[in-house]
Design a protein around this ligand. Sequence first.
Ligand SMILES: *[C@@H]1O[C@H](CO)[C@@H](O)[C@H](O)[C@H]1NC(C)=O
Ligand SMILES: *[C@@H]1O[C@H](CO)[C@@H](O)[C@H](O)[C@H]1NC(C)=O
Ligand SMILES: *[C@@H]1O[C@H](CO)[C@@H](O)[C@H](O)[C@H]1NC(C)=O
Ligand SMILES: *[C@@H]1O[C@H](CO)[C@@H](O)[C@H](O)[C@H]1NC(C)=O
Length: 176
Amino acid sequence: AGSPWVILSRNFTEHCVHGWDNLPRRLLMYFANAAYSMESYFQTVICSSSDFRNTTVNGDLRYFVWDDPPGLEPRILDETHLGNMVNSSAAFARRFAEDAPVLKKVDDELLNRSSAQLDPGVWCRNLGEKQGGGDVKACSKWGDINVVRPGRAGERLRRFISEIIHIRGCTVAAVS
Ligand SMILES: *[C@@H]1O[C@H](CO)[C@@H](O)[C@H](O)[C@H]1NC(C)=O
Ligand SMILES: *[C@@H]1O[C@H](CO)[C@@H](O)[C@H](O)[C@H]1NC(C)=O
Ligand SMILES: *[C@@H]1O[C@H](CO)[C@@H](O)[C@H](O)[C@H]1NC(C)=O
Ligand SMILES: *[C@@H]1O[C@H](CO)[C@@H](O)[C@H](O)[C@H]1NC(C)=O
């Protein structure tokens, strides 16, 4: 079992569909009738395969805060979590309340954009500012779309991924 948020490689997906042994399809029928199958199906298939077992990366790029003892859902994040959330380098986080002020802080302080605005980047020369007679359409002036210049958050994400990429393989836990 594991996180329901997965990134699947093409050849693992092909194994699930066309696998020479029937296990992926038999497990699919089994997990179709089990609770929380997104947290078990791919994990069971990949950890049962000697070819793919070592290709797993144990990280879903998410920041959570759990109660102690953990409940069914992680805690709702607010501004008090922002520092740790940023320092965790995770690309995603949950849960947030709708229109939570912490989301505006993420836009202002991390992404440097107003809400509903695109992320600034070299590819987009103008972000839709008001000018003279009216609004200038966002990104009507294009830059070079091939230039990817990571900001501080991008650098943190690069370090985070290069750390977790080494944590390979499945942990076999005894279930009593
Ligand atoms: C997977 O990793 C284990 C432990 O490091 C190793 O013994 C095994 O040979 C590896 N299997 C493959 C297919 O690379
Ligand atoms: C999956 O495909 C990648 C890229 O072609 C390859 O490097 C890797 O060895 C493949 N993994 C398995 C288990 O076949
Ligand atoms: C986040 O990391 C920075 C730099 O290492 C540190 O100064 C800051 O105290 C950390 N914030 C939290 C909330 O841990
Ligand atoms: C944030 O964006 C504004 C323009 O929208 C720009 O002038 C400023 O330099 C940016 N700040 C950072 C830290 O990227």
